[in-house]
Design a protein. Structure first.
Lengths: 221, 221
């Protein structure tokens, strides 16, 4: 089956036509993401932490990593329910009335439980994460050594339930407002890569690698 | 006092030098955001939902809005603890080793409890939200009418505690790795506005308004 199962937890209630459960759609939005927001609860307190070291996906599994002492990972490792969200802001929707202003966006909300990735699978998981940060980068750099692997915690989360929500297109205004002399439309937004900035202490004869050139071409408007 | 109070809830433990509690820094990062991620817990299940209708800030208060039937707002209104997070992805940090790859980013994590904005303050809150979506837009469009105000729920959350986390600059590599013949540096990322797309059904003689022109100039790399 190519759809994630639906329950009260992941069913999109507001604007249900914008909700999607298809694995391919969910994965596409996830894979276009750099940083995910990880939600977990301690006591009754929710925390939403951006995973600033990147994340990776393989099939229905999400990988997160951090230092062995990382508080968030230590909490997640206990087997708490986790919610992972990735959102792309694609445009400002400018309507004729204040109340119909909105955003075009693509988001995914994933539900699951995290678990520790065993030692023997760590390096593969770190490859998946690095490959999501920048495709092809892994083979350009020094791989992790034994000491680094020991100091790094990698968690996996199997996606139990998921939903995507997508808004595209022009504003939806009230019928009577279409007559108003108000400019309406969409201001597209895109996360765009600029010129690569070499590390000032680097030997400046090294040229920008293939991994970086690839993304710059893709992301230019 | 210009700092938010520190507790175990909002103190940045990992890379504490990247943590900030200054109101001005927190507000700057918040105000640069379009969509926030709202975290709340039902039972033991955390939810992280992108607020795709925008949000606004005034002083230490965050405003969210949605339809009266909106599930998330109905939950928050009960007075649950809430965590609101805004993250800007500013660049991919390309190190000489796989493990030192990271992102440059600015994020804020806010803690508080939401409450219903009374009828008489709704319109001002909606102005604040619209002004954060696009400065100056409010005066270009039809303001909310009585029916719309009635159908809209606006929640406020006073920021009780907050922290910002910021990473900037080149990669930090292991001393021995600086000798490696690996290109290292930063690939800057920026949310960039493209050409405004007029609503196809609009009278095409209307010109792009000041609010839109302002942001396009600001956001161009």
């Amino acid at each position: 089956m190519n759809n994630y199962p639906k329950s009260s937890r992941n069913t999109v209630k507001r604007s249900p036509k914008r909700g999607h459960y298809d694995r391919e759609i969910v994965h596409q939005i996830l894979d276009a993401g750099y940083i995910c927001h990880v939600g977990f609860t301690i006591g009754k307190q929710p925390y939403v932490i951006p995973n600033a070291y990147g994340f990776g996906r393989e099939s229905d599994t999400i990988y997160l990593h951090g230092a062995v002492g990382n508080r968030m990972l230590n909490q997640l490792e206990k087997g708490l329910p986790v919610c992972v969200t990735v959102t792309h802001t694609d445009g400002i929707v400018l309507a004729r009335s204040a109340m119909h202003h909105s955003f075009n966006y693509r988001s995914v909300v994933l539900f699951g439980t995290a678990y520790l990735v065993p030692e023997e699978d760590k390096e593969q998981a770190l490859f998946i994460i690095t490959d999501q940060i920048l495709k092809g980068r892994w083979s350009e750099v020094r791989p992790p050594n034994a000491q680094e692997l020991k100091a790094t915690k990698v968690l996996a989360m199997k996606i139990e339930e998921a939903s995507a929500k997508i808004r595209t297109g022009p504003p939806k205004d009230d019928e009577a407002d279409y007559e108003l002399p108000v400019w309406a439309g969409v201001l597209p937004l895109q996360l765009t890569a600029g010129e690569a900035i070499p590390d000032p202490v680097m030997n400046q004869s090294l040229s920008v690698p293939a991994s970086v050139n690839r993304i710059r071409v893709q992301n230019t408007i």
